[in-house]
Design a protein around this ligand. Structure first.
Ligand code: SF4
Ligand code: SF4
Length: 237
């Protein structure tokens, strides 16, 4: 058994996600991501079942494992009760663990997710919060957020928000105790280790590409991974 397959086979999501795929293609037929991208969960199930190390490495270093939306529609229709979406989750973890995620455009975008969403959760308690976002990075929604921030006192109470307030309500302030607990959850579940690996391998890749990865959202590498989206390669023709 090769090293990559051995590691994959230790992930409970992989163990529970596949059991004798018969290559029927039902998962691809139901998959919403396959409608948009050149992407087939059936093919991924076939590759992991083959245990071919070279093919596995190519998968971990490629774009396709990042196309899945984790909706789990495939799980509901597979005649063998497989769950390609869970296989993908295990593959994504392994891609980050091995650092191979930085070898693809979609994989490199994990840095943007970490700094935009992951850090926002730890700092504010929200996945997306306009106090945490650099609105200049969002050409369409950014100006709307700027306007909402400038007019927060006037408009937010009208929609029942409790902006930065104590007690219940949308946009309420999340207490420091709760933020500390969130951080502990990230620590014990491996989330913080994941963040470190994303930063470490992104810094390495940035160096290879002749850029600085920095620590915030204004470095050349961050802006490159955040904005680059090769639609001609990823979208179905
Ligand atoms: S639906 Fe299930 S059995 Fe069919 S190709 Fe997909 S994973 Fe394999
Ligand atoms: S979980 Fe992923 S592979 Fe499965 S149907 Fe949803 S998008 Fe497709």
């Amino acid at each position: 058994m090769g090293l990559l397959f051995e590691k994959l086979n230790q992930d409970i999501r992989f163990i529970e996600g596949i059991s004798a795929c018969i290559n029927c293609g039902t998962c691809t037929a139901i998959c919403p991501a396959a409608e948009v991208y050149d992407y087939q969960p059936r093919a991924i199930a076939e590759i992991v079942q083959s245990r071919d190390e070279d093919a596995l490495r190519e998968l971990l270093a490629g774009d396709t494992i990042w196309y899945c939306g984790e909706c789990m529609s495939c799980k509901t229709r597979c005649p063998r009760q497989n769950a390609p979406g869970m296989i993908i989750q295990a593959l994504r973890s392994l891609s980050i663990e091995t650092g191979l995620f930085v070898e693809s455009e979609k994989g490199r975008q994990q840095l943007a997710l970490k700094r935009m969403v992951g850090e926002s959760i730890l700092e504010t308690g929200y996945c997306v919060h306009f106090d945490h976002i650099d609105t200049g990075l969002f050409p369409e929604q950014g100006p709307v957020w700027d306007w909402e921030k400038a007019n927060a006192a006037k408009i937010l109470p009208k929609v029942g928000a409790n902006y930065q307030g104590e007690g219940p309500g949308a946009l309420r302030k999340v207490s420091q105790d709760d933020l500390d607990e969130l951080k502990r959850i990230f620590e014990v579940t491996g989330g913080m280790e994941w963040f470190s690996k994303i930063e470490e391998h992104s810094a390495r890749k940035a160096g290879e590409m002749g850029m600085e990865s920095g620590t915030g959202k204004d470095s050349e590498y961050f802006k490159s991974v955040f904005t680059k989206n090769d639609n001609t390669r990823h979208s179905k023709k």
